[in-house]
Unconditional design. Structure first.
Length: 407
C-alpha cells in the first residue's frame, strides 16, 4: 500500500481480480507485455469456445451463428478509440493494418512524408519502398532535448509538399510516449493526413482518435489489449475513407457491378480480407471489452506506477543504465548493463522464470538506436496484472545475475 501512496496513485485498482483471471501469472514473472501479454481467462475461453464450435459444426456455420459476437468487435473497438464502428477494420496484425492504410496513399514525385527518428523499422522500409517507386522524400523530424519528436521542428517542415505525417505513438525500443496530440493539432491545421502506429499504446493508455487528431490508427491484439496473436485493427476516419483505395481488393472489400466494373464498399471493411481469423476476431472483441471493464485510465495509472517503480529500482543498481527518454514514459522500460549484454541478461532471467525481451539495434530499432548510438537494450514491459512484489523479485534476480560472470 505504501508504494501506491508514495506515488500519489489512488489504490483502487482491482489487482486481485486481474491476478485471479490470469491463470499462470503465479508461475512466471511476465515482463514481456510489449511483445505479447498473458491472455486473461475470459479471452482464452472465448477463443477456445469459438474454435470448438468450428470443430463441432463447421467454420461457415459458426460464423453465421455467431454474427452478433463477431460484429461486437467493431463496436468494442469503436468504444476504445472513440470513433464510429464503420471506421474500424479487423486485420490480422498491426503491421498489415498499417500497411493497408499506408499503401493506399497515391504519392507523386516530390511529395514528402514526415516521420520520426524513433519510427518502427517495418514502417521505414515501407517509406523507402515508396520513395524508390514514386520519388517521395522521407524526412526524419529532429528530436527535442527530451529525445521525443521536436514539434516545432515538425511545424517548420510543413509545406505544400507534405502529403503524410506518420509516427509511432510509442517506439518499440523505448518507454517514451510521443506528444501525439500536439502533432495531431499541427496536422489538422495544415490539412495533412496523420497516420498513427498505436501498436504499443492501445490497451495501456487512452488512444482517443478525436482528441489525438489522427486520421488513421493501427493496433494489435496481442500486446497490451491482451488478445490472441494474429489479430489487429485499423481505424480510418470516415472523411478520409473515400479518398483511399486499398492496395488490393477482394469480394469482401468490393463488389462486382458488371464483368468489368466494381464498387468499393464505403466503410473501413474495404481494408479487410474475406477470409479472416474469426475465432481471433471474436476473442479480440472480448479482450477489448475486458480492458474497458477496468477502464483505460485506470490501466494507465497502474501500468505507469509499476514502470516508474521499476525504473527507480533499476537506477539504484550499480552498472545499470535506464535508457528511456521523453517527457511522458509508459510501461516499457529499457535498460543496459555495463557487464552483461542484453541477450545474456534475458537468458539468465528466463532461467528464473522471468520473461523480458531484447530490443536489438537492427530491425525495428535500426534508425532509432543508430541515432542514439545504442547496441541494444533489455526491454522489460509491465502490465496491470504485474505486482510490486514481482518487481522486487526481478531486481533481486537481476542483481545476482549481474554479479556473476556472463555465460
Amino acid at each position: 500500500m505504501s508504494l501506491f501512496l508514495s506515488t500519489g496513485m489512488h489504490p483502487t485498482f482491482d489487482i486481485g481480480r486481474a491476478r485471479k483471471e490470469t491463470r499462470y501469472c503465479d508461475e512466471i514473472i511476465h515482463f514481456n507485455n510489449a511483445g505479447s501479454a498473458l491472455v486473461p481467462i475470459p479471452v482464452a475461453e472465448q477463443l477456445h469456445a469459438y474454435l470448438h464450435q468450428e470443430e463441432r459444426m463447421g467454420g461457415y456455420e459458426t460464423a453465421a451463428q455467431q454474427h452478433a459476437l463477431l460484429d461486437h468487435f467493431y463496436h468494442a473497438a469503436a468504444s476504445l478509440l472513440n470513433c464510429n464502428a464503420a471506421e474500424i477494420a479487423f486485420i490480422e496484425n498491426a503491421t498489415r493494418a498499417w500497411d493497408m492504410a499506408f499503401y493506399s496513399f497515391k504519392f507523386a514525385p516530390g511529395d514528402k512524408i514526415l516521420t520520426t527518428l524513433s519510427e518502427y523499422g517495418s514502417n521505414i522500409i515501407a517509406y523507402n519502398q515508396q520513395a524508390e517507386r514514386y520519388g517521395v522524400d522521407v524526412v526524419f523530424v529532429p528530436n527535442d532535448e527530451h529525445g521525443q519528436v521536436d514539434v516545432q521542428a515538425l511545424a517548420n517542415l510543413l509545406d505544400e509538399r507534405v502529403k503524410l505525417i506518420a509516427l509511432s505513438h510509442i517506439p518499440t525500443g523505448s518507454g517514451m510516449v510521443q506528444p501525439v496530440q500536439q502533432v495531431g493539432a499541427l496536422a489538422r491545421a495544415a490539412g495533412v493526413p496523420f497516420l498513427l502506429d498505436a501498436c504499443q499504446s492501445m490497451g495501456q493508455l487512452p488512444v482517443d482518435v478525436q482528441a489525438i487528431g489522427c486520421d488513421i490508427a493501427s493496433g494489435t491484439g496481442r500486446k497490451f489489449l491482451r488478445g490472441p496473436r494474429g489479430t489487429g485493427l485499423l481505424y480510418v476516419r470516415q472523411a478520409l475513407l473515400e479518398q483511399l483505395t486499398p492496395p488490393f481488393l477482394d469480394i469482401h472489400a468490393a463488389a462486382l457491378t458488371t464483368p468489368t466494373t466494381y464498387e468499393i464498399r464505403p466503410d473501413a471493411k474495404r481494408f479487410e480480407n474475406w477470409e479472416q481469423y474469426f475465432a481471433g476476431k471474436a476473442a479480440l472483441g472480448t479482450a477489448i471489452s475486458y480492458a474497458l471493464s477496468y477502464g483505460i485510465e485506470a490501466i494507465q495509472a497502474r501500468v505507469y506506477h509499476l514502470a516508474a517503480l521499476l525504473r527507480k529500482c533499476l537506477s539504484a543498481l550499480d552498472g545499470v543504465t535506464v535508457l528511456d527518454e521523453g517527457v511522458e514514459q509508459c510501461g516499457i522500460v529499457t535498460f543496459s548493463a555495463v557487464t552483461h549484454p542484453p541477450s545474456t541478461i534475458k537468458t539468465q532471467l528466463a532461467a528464473h522464470q522471468i520473461n523480458v525481451s531484447v530490443a536489438a539495434s537492427n530491425g525495428g530499432n535500426f534508425v532509432h538506436y543508430a541515432h542514439r548510438d545504442l547496441d541494444g537494450a533489455v526491454r522489460a514491459s509491465v502490465h496491470y496484472y504485474n505486482t510490486e512484489q514481482e518487481i522486487a523479485r526481478f531486481i533481486d534476480v537481476l542483481r545476482t545475475c549481474l554479479s556473476s560472470a556472463p555465460q
